[in-house]
Design a protein around this ligand. Structure first.
Ligand SMILES: [Zn+2]
Ligand SMILES: [Zn+2]
Length: 138
């Protein structure tokens, strides 16, 4: 059963980790300029999990609260030692936490099924077809 899948995400140095049970409710790929800056990459990918799926959430973290275009906030948690951003929460989605897919280092992680800010994508990025494309978080 996929519901029994246990996955552990962690930062680069490993002191900040979060372990979850089951698949994410959805996986988001965001091309917005902020996600490009904060990941240092072309886009971010994050799995949205219910807080009740968390088995363990350990380690020191620093928080950064960023205002969003919609006037809410995005609350990021990153490792104060190695600087890797492991997860974030959106005021828009109470009871959920988004964990960056790369922190799982798991090629079996579900593919993105929600694409945000497709119009900001780098021209060489080929987005998965037939997905829920929205200009901003829905
Ligand atoms: Zn770290
Ligand atoms: Zn974004």
């Amino acid at each position: 059963m996929t519901d029994e899948t246990i996955r552990k995400a962690q930062c680069s140095c490993g002191q900040f980790s979060v372990t979850v049970r089951g698949d994410p409710e959805w996986v988001n790929l965001c091309n917005c300029h902020d996600c490009q800056r904060r990941t240092g990459s072309a886009f971010q990918i994050a799995g949205f999990f219910r807080e009740s799926q968390i088995i363990e959430n350990t380690g020191e973290r620093t928080e950064f609260h960023r205002p969003t275009q919609e006037g809410r906030t995005m609350d990021l948690e990153f490792c104060p030692v190695c600087g890797v951003s492991v997860l974030f929460r959106l005021k828009l989605r109470p009871g959920m936490m988004a964990i960056h897919a790369g922190c799982f280092a798991d090629t079996g992680f579900p593919a993105p099924d929600r694409i945000w800010f497709a119009h900001r994508a780098h021209p060489w990025v080929v987005l998965p077809p037939g997905k829920n494309m929205t200009p901003a978080p829905d």
